[in-house]
Design a protein. Structure first.
Length: 416
């Protein structure tokens, strides 16, 4: 075996945190790349065996052996091919570990033969920053020889700077077909919540009965993340949200999410809707739940009954799960709890049992209509249907990492 991994189709992963390690697992399972180069940027533990243990085990999903082969399916063999470089072989896939460079521009992907890199550190999120400024940045991967960079988090651009033309936010199954290898070099895979939310909204916008959305909002009941404190801590200087320093183990914590804003980047048609979003952090380790509230303009039949109801909405999702969003959206009529969705590979699972609708009327008095240039002495009423829709998503391995892998593989295939 060529231990240098040269002349192979390689994937680069920067960072071995929650998403980085699980992406490594997922890519070993998919076998889309002939080898993987992981940059840790430092030593892990005291020995190579310590690093292997980090890769091998996970408190949420169990071991890599269970992930790849099931509980009784055998053990994924991890071999040390070269202790000095080092190069491992995990279930037949060579994995090289880099341990020196922290700054993306210093990783030297060109020398490693890596063309596509997924940055999973969460530290480099602004595609407007150039590495010439001396500050480590996302664009440094391109300077180090990578052709394409996928960021496993939403872009965060400081100030009033605009997103560069070579950077785009994309979600697999939503707008990934817009990827242009000659134009797009840095791609954000958005967030786990935006991924799930976009797959909930897409079928509604594509159906005539549900496409006329008046307004919408969502709350994600979200599992804990590493950005939270295990125990109460002292807030940082200038902190505006004191709740982020409270114990994730003991509390339900109100928080924020950029899902609504990010949704506009992948689904521009949502911009005309007054969409709001928030997050409620709860003390579980994975699987989150989107509570989507949508108000639709609807019509009444000849008997005065609304044309839009619970059955219609569930039918829209059932059709989507068998059509263009097959395997990305699952329609379930079971009564699920969060543990049932751990490891689910779909971007979103609709909890159809809990879909609810109620139709009412918005009244427009003559004076309100006059402000819009309509002269009448009658009060007009518009029928609207309010719907509450629930969707589960495994915010780590199942939903997000699986979608991230599909997007990465598509970008790699189109770029080679």
């Amino acid at each position: 075996m060529n231990l240098s991994l040269r002349n192979k189709n390689l994937l680069g992963i920067n960072g071995l945190g929650r998403i980085g390690k699980l992406l490594l697992w997922n890519q070993i399972h998919l076998r889309h790349f002939e080898g993987i180069v992981v940059n840790c940027g430092r030593d892990v533990g005291k020995t190579l065996d310590d690093l292997i243990q980090v890769i091998e085990t996970d408190s949420t999903y169990g071991s890599i052996h269970k992930f790849l082969h099931g509980v009784v399916g055998g053990k994924a063999e991890i071999k040390v091919l070269d202790k000095d470089k080092p190069i491992l072989e995990i279930d037949g896939i060579p994995v090289k570990i880099l341990r020196t460079a922290r700054d993306p521009k210093d990783i030297n992907w060109l020398n490693e033969g890596v063309k596509v890199v997924v940055d999973c550190t969460g530290n480099f999120l602004d595609p407007t920053i150039a590495s010439e400024g001396g500050k480590p940045c996302l664009r440094g991967h391109l300077d180090a020889g990578a052709l394409k960079v996928v960021c496993s988090a939403p872009f965060k651009i400081k100030g009033t700077a605009q997103t560069p033309t070579d950077a785009r936010t994309m979600i697999y199954g939503i707008n990934h077909l817009e990827f242009n290898p000659s134009e797009h070099h840095i791609v954000s895979a958005a967030s786990c919540t935006t991924t799930g939310l976009s797959h909930m909204i897409k079928p509604l916008l594509e159906n005539n009965l549900t496409s006329r959305i008046v307004t919408a909002s969502m709350s994600t009941i979200h599992a804990a993340t590493n950005t939270q404190s295990i125990l109460d801590s002292v807030p940082k200087t200038g902190a505006t949200d004191l709740r982020k320093s409270r114990s994730v183990i003991n509390n339900i914590i109100l928080s924020t999410t950029g899902a609504a804003k990010a949704l506009e980047l992948v689904m521009p048609e949502i911009k005309h809707i007054g969409f709001m979003a928030d997050s409620v952090r709860i003390p579980t380790n994975t699987v989150s739940l989107i509570n989507l509230n949508v108000t639709f303009y609807t019509k009444l039949d000849e008997l005065g009954e609304p044309l839009l109801n619970r059955k219609v909405i569930n039918d829209v999702y059932a059709a989507a799960s068998k059509g263009p969003q097959k395997d990305l959206l699952i329609y379930s009529e079971r009564q699920n709890v969060s543990a049932d969705l751990i490891g689910s590979l779909a971007a979103i699972t609709i909890e159809a049992h809990e879909t609810h609708t109620r139709t009412g009327f918005i009244s427009f008095p003559p004076e309100a209509l006059a402000q819009q240039g309509l002269k009448t002495d009658k009060q007009l009423e518009m029928p609207v249907t309010h719907a509450k829709i629930f969707g589960w998503y495994d915010n780590e391995l199942g939903s997000y990492v699986n979608s991230l892998s599909k997007l990465t593989n598509y970008i790699a295939d189109k770029s080679m």
